[in-house]
Design a protein around this ligand. Sequence first.
Ligand code: SF4
Ligand code: SF4
Length: 66
Amino acid sequence: MPRIVIEQDKCKGCLLCASFCPKGLIKKADKLNKLGLNPVEFDAKGCLGCMQCAVICPDCCIRIYK
Ligand code: SF4
Ligand code: SF4
């Protein structure tokens, strides 16, 4: 299964990545990051490793290891 790492302190919570995930695995987190914003978090179960989330993030917050 692919491993996903998100730099939550860089994430502005725009949810662009969530809108591109074909499996709907990306959700807004309850906690705040260092920017005072709600970042996203993943449920990695069922991740396809398609990298669409990582490619679309304008702030390069997501890395995927296969
Ligand atoms: S790699 Fe693909 S399936 Fe996995 S979280 Fe990102 S967009 Fe969703
Ligand atoms: S696209 Fe990037 S900045 Fe926007 S919510 Fe996703 S990880 Fe955060």
